[in-house]
Write a protein that binds this ligand. Structure first.
Ligand code: PEP
Ligand code: MN
Length: 374
């Protein structure tokens, strides 16, 4: 059961205390308070977990600050989009809105290699008018003999360069608790010149202890990449782990599924799931054309498969694009074959903008033909 409070209710108010007091009196039920920071307002939602079937909704309905009460049977209590819940809340981070309406492109290095390349990358991003990018410092590699990432040593200059180029959010994977601590420390020491979107990679999609840790901290939002060999339901449950620990600022990334049936792409491209995730959850949805496709092959029409998959995801309503670029892909230490070059960034973004206009027109067309019931 979820009790939604009226938008203007302050978190530390006697009204909120009253709702919690009513909840506490019910045997076998625990109440958890969640603050959803939306683009224009923050909402308080109180989740009642346990034996809620026999609770009459009136005991909450009659309280002044309660907007509405809904019963939920679905598994995704926090991230799910429930009946009667029209808002897909999203969140604001470093001044940027991340929700099911917005679109952000995060181009960047799969793996940080040199300070010069980081600087060139951020400079190209800034020149293209973006304030978001990706930088992999901690790399989970299939082979123990492959480059494992520079780890904490690169953090000071990555953050300094991001700040100097006006980059507001950097997506960066973490695979261990110590990485979160190192990022916290390095950001503090650098004077917090940028923000970080903590990436949980596909290989850690069911690392429940890591999921709980990123859920327990409040400083950084989370970019969760779907598990490459598990069901969508299992990936959504993993996001629910993060949210149930207290951090519901999550973006879900579709990055392709491991199966040889997707050959010759590196993974089976799953952009068809963009609208599915938006329907089942309130999370913004990211696509990762680089890790889905895995190579920069050109189709006869002059566009790479990476461009095609990006456009397909955006036309389907994606809210974020995580994409590998590198100043010199032939010498990249990780995933060079799928990286686009810096001089290709303006065209890539123009193609993104075109696909986005197409999505907006498709929505307008759908609204005209078949108005959605509010
Ligand atoms: C990455 O984005 O660098 C990465 C390793 O992605 P994934 O976890 O999807 O393989
Ligand atoms: Mn990679």
């Amino acid at each position: 059961m979820i009790v939604f409070l009226k938008p203007e209710t302050p978190r530390d108010s006697p009204e909120v205390e009253r709702v919690l007091a009513v909840a506490r009196k019910i045997e076998g039920v625990t109440a958890r308070l969640h603050v959803v920071e939306g683009a224009t307002r923050s909402l308080i939602e109180i989740y009642l977990i346990g034996r809620t079937a026999g609770i009459p909704t009136e005991i909450f309905d009659e309280l002044d600050c309660v907007e509405r009460v809904i019963r939920i049977s679905e598994k995704y209590r926090i991230i799910g989009r429930h009946k009667g819940q029209v808002e897909a809340a999203g969140f604001v981070y470093e001044g940027l809105v991340f929700d099911q309406e917005s679109l952000h492109v995060f181009p960047g290095l799969c793996a940080v290699d040199t300070a010069a390349n980081v600087d060139l990358m951020f400079e190209a991003i800034a020149r293209a008018g973006l304030t978001t990018g990706r930088m992999g410092a901690y790399k989970p590699r299939t082979s123990p003999y492959d480059f494992q990432g520079l780890g904490r040593t690169c953090l000071p200059w990555v953050f300094e360069s991001a700040g100097r180029h006006g980059i507001r959010v950097v997506a960066m994977e973490v695979t261990h608790e110590s990485h979160i601590e190192e990022i916290n420390q390095a950001l503090d020491e650098a004077g917090s010149p940028t923000g970080v979107l903590l990436q949980i990679g596909t290989r850690n999609a069911q690392n429940f202890e890591l999921l709980k840790l990123v859920g327990q901290q409040q400083r950084f939002p989370v970019l969760f990449k779907r598990g490459m060999g598990i069901t969508l339901e299992e990936s959504l449950n993993a996001c629910e782990y993060v949210a149930s620990e207290g951090n519901s600022r999550i973006v879900l990334a579709l990055r392709g599924m491991k199966t040889n049936l997707g050959d010759p792409h590196r993974n089976f491209v799953d952009v068809a799931h963009v609208p599915v995730v938006k329907r089942l959850t309130r999370l913004p949805v990211c696509i990762d054309p680089s890790h889905s496709v895995g190579r920069r092959d050109l189709a006869p029409d002059g566009l790479t498969d990476i461009h095609h998959v990006t456009a397909q995801g955006i036309v389907a309503g994606a809210n974020m694009v995580l994409v590998d670029f590198h100043p010199d892909p032939a010498h990249a230490l990780c995933d060079g074959p799928q990286a686009l070059t810096l001089d290709e960034l303006p065209h890539f973004l123009a193609d993104v903008a075109l696909a986005r206009r197409c999505y907006e027109e498709r929505r307008a067309l759908a609204a005209g033909v078949c108005p959605r019931s509010a």
